[in-house]
Design a protein around this ligand. Structure first.
Ligand code: KG4
Ligand code: ZN
Length: 331
């Protein structure tokens, strides 16, 4: 039987714990700090670390209760140890080390983006290789060729802002608050995506992205339209600009190396319009699209557990010298 793994995630502003057995998720508890950071309009690292300290033990208890298991039954402790806000990461890493040491259980440090990359395993436990993954989060926008778990090549990425950042900054300019992605999606429901023409960044056959021009264009639009601005139409136009360029480039990248499967991961992967466009375009190209459930798109510990299940199964272990690292390349 696969190992029972308790996974922790505290790299940014969600405190999360999950219990997984192989690719089966037994529990996944996420305590979001969004309300705390909303008043500042973004994540304040000091406040995030303090909130993780308060939430981590109750979140772990709830995850164990949800999975109907005790700490003694757990076979290994996994934790996001890189990359992220170092103070936030340290809370999870310290908790995981304390548990591993006191219970005498193996410890495993997981790369946050590898967690996102493996989140589609919840939908399809036997994803074929090579496949292409579009990772779109608050800090990353990457087209990743996955030849095997741990063997990845970045085929394209943003040269400035991440897609999630573009959603968040545009939402702020439109007065929609934080976090912005979901707020834009909601406001866009009644909006006309063709009303305002917004730039999609780099053109031509590149696999890279640029979203900083979009942010500037939204600022100009807000200034120019003043009180006449339709927030719904602007939100729909922003969403369309971001989602259409992501979908077009992801499908083109998958076609370029003959990938049969395209996967989607990261907070922005929760976006319904992006899912709709990717579905349509991958269908037309004869590529199978595998998307994780929406609750596994934004930060969560279940995806860290899925990545840990693969690495633990291969015999990988870390020792108590495991460190929280703010920067680290995708393995
Ligand atoms: O993966 P994630 O939870 O954290 C990072 O690792 O960055 O991604 C957070 C990002 C934020 O920028 C948020 O606005 C965006 O994901 N997001 C969305 C949606 N839900 C979250 N963007 C567009 N549409 C959504 N429904
Ligand atoms: Zn993330």
């Amino acid at each position: 039987m696969d190992a029972l793994i308790l996974a922790l995630e505290t790299s940014c502003d969600e405190t999360s714990a999950a219990v997984v057995r192989g690719t089966t998720i037994l529990s996944n508890v996420v305590s979001s700090q969004a309300a705390l950071h909303a008043k500042w309009g973004g994540v304040v690292p000091e406040a995030a670390a303090r909130a993780h300290v308060e939430a981590i033990l109750p979140v772990i208890s709830e995850a164990l209760t949800g999975a109907s298991c005790s700490l003694a039954e757990v076979d290994a402790i996994a934790v996001t140890n890189r990359p992220g806000l170092v103070g936030a990461l340290s809370v999870g890493v310290t908790a995981a080390k304390a548990l591993a040491f006191s219970l005498d259980k193996p410890l495993l440090g997981i790369h946050h983006l590898e967690g996102h990359l493996m989140s589609p395993l919840a939908t399809d436990p036997s994803l074929p290789f090579p496949h292409l993954c579009l990772i779109v989060s608050g800090g990353h926008t990457e087209l990743v060729r996955v030849d095997a778990w741990g063997q990845t090549t970045i085929l394209g990425q943003t040269i400035d802002d991440a897609a999630g950042e573009a959603f968040d900054k545009s939402a702020r300019l439109l007065g929609l608050g934080y976090p912005g992605g979901f707020a834009i999606q909601e406001a866009a429901k009644t909006g006309d995506p063709a009303r305002y023409k917004l730039p999609k960044g780099l053109s031509g056959d590149t696999l890279n992205f640029s979203f900083s021009g979009l942010k500037t264009a939204v600022l100009r639009l807000v200034e120019k339209e003043g009180e006449n601005l339709s927030v719904a139409d602007a939100a729909a136009s922003v969403q369309e600009a971001i989602a259409s360029v992501l979908a077009e480039r992801a499908v083109r990248a998958a076609e370029a190396f003959g990938a049969e499967v395209l996967t989607l991961a990261g907070g922005v992967a929760a976006n319904a319009r992006l899912r709709e466009l990717l579905n349509r375009e991958s269908n037309q190209a004869g590529i199978r699209l595998v998307t994780p459930p929406v609750e596994l798109c934004t930060d969560n510990a279940a995806m860290i557990g899925l990545a840990a299940a693969v690495r633990f199964g291969r015999g990988e272990r870390d020792d108590l010298s495991l460190e929280a690292l703010p920067n680290a390349p995708l393995p």
